[in-house]
Design a protein around this ligand. Structure first.
Ligand SMILES: [Zn+2]
Ligand SMILES: [Zn+2]
Length: 244
């Protein structure tokens, strides 16, 4: 396989290759989290205020002046895409820091079915008795690439069954749950909270995929277009940005 047709693990590794040294020298876990939160916020603001329907606008060619500066045209689908990708890059940096194999957690949590109702497509709204069926999903059906994972999430959570705003609210909720799990783990160092953190990480990424599906975004292609094995700001394979 080659980019952008690569696994989530390879994308996570790519973020390490570009930003790992800078991240380790300059950022605490909380810094990584808050940057992830900031760019998620810009994506959510784009959803709330945006003129949706211009999904054919390509990603911006002009580079922001520094890594903290968001794409100016946030009120467009292109802006939402940009901010989702940058938020995800910070999220992958946090996963790298915590040595979480996101792809493994995703498949454990979403093995071709909703994590709650255990159905594909999700039947949470109509499923009354709340007894979880023991469905065994076969590992040979695990998506291999990020694009295949996105397609799987489209089948589990069809975008036509909810609005983009709903997908955005769910993303905001999962962002908060991930923050809470990190707080609980950092405050106690208990393994059960690290396990919770792994679960919340999978849920957060599922919601990134949810928003991407709602705006018909090819997430892997756009991610690689913005960060083709180099920093989208300084253009270097090992980022040398003058962060603040
Ligand atoms: Zn469900
Ligand atoms: Zn850079």
């Amino acid at each position: 396989m080659s980019f952008p047709n690569e696994s989530i693990a390879k994308f996570q590794q790519m973020v390490w290759d570009i930003f790992g040294i800078a991240d380790d020298r300059l950022y605490s876990n909380w810094d990584l989290l808050s940057n992830m939160e900031r760019f998620t916020m810009w994506a959510l603001k784009g959803i709330r205020k945006g003129k949706i329907g211009d999904s054919n606008i390509p990603l911006p060619n002009e580079k922001p002046e520094n890594a903290s500066e968001s794409f100016s045209h946030i009120y467009s689908t292109a802006g939402i895409k940009f901010n989702l990708i940058v938020a995800t890059a910070w999220f992958f940096a946090l996963m790298n820091r915590l040595h979480i194999d996101l792809e493994k957690e995703l498949w454990q949590r979403f093995p071709n079915m909703c994590s709650y109702c255990k159905h594909m497509p999700c039947a949470c709204e109509t499923w009354k008795d709340k007894k979880f069926e023991k469905i065994k999903s076969e590992d040979k059906n695990q998506p291999k690439t990020m694009a295949e994972f996105q397609a799987m999430f489209k089948k589990i959570y069809p975008p036509e069954k909810r609005t983009l705003e709903h997908a955005g609210v769910h993303l905001a909720e999962e962002l908060g749950e991930l923050s809470e799990a990190l707080h609980l783990f950092e405050g106690t160092h208990k393994k059960k909270y690290f396990t919770q953190l792994e679960i919340e990480a999978a849920d957060f990424f599922s919601c990134i995929m949810g928003v991407a599906n709602s705006i018909e975004m090819d997430f892997a292609t756009d991610f690689y277009q913005l960060m083709p094995q180099k920093c989208h700001v300084c253009g270097q394979k090992v980022c040398v940005c003058n962060f603040f």
